[in-house]
Ligand binder design. Sequence first.
Ligand SMILES: [Zn+2]
Ligand SMILES: [Zn+2]
Length: 83
Amino acid sequence: MLVKGAGGTREHVPFLCPRGHRLEAGRVIVGWSPCVCPPCSGRGRGLRGHRTYLCLACRDEHVTTKCYLPHHVPSLGADFRWP
Ligand SMILES: [Zn+2]
Ligand SMILES: [Zn+2]
């Protein structure tokens, strides 16, 4: 399985999952999670969200580990829920 980016190119996933697995192409499911936390709201329209990385090594162990890029920073008092 190849991880396809928006442009159809393979993406480099530059970090480890919290459980120490390498998140490399074929070992991760890349997704998108709309968000309005501070790191996201500073980005352009249509880019407000996190790229999500679901670790397949963790999934093999029946653990769901999802990483967010940029890191999710909940803002105080912001209880906005995306529909
Ligand atoms: Zn993992
Ligand atoms: Zn966020």
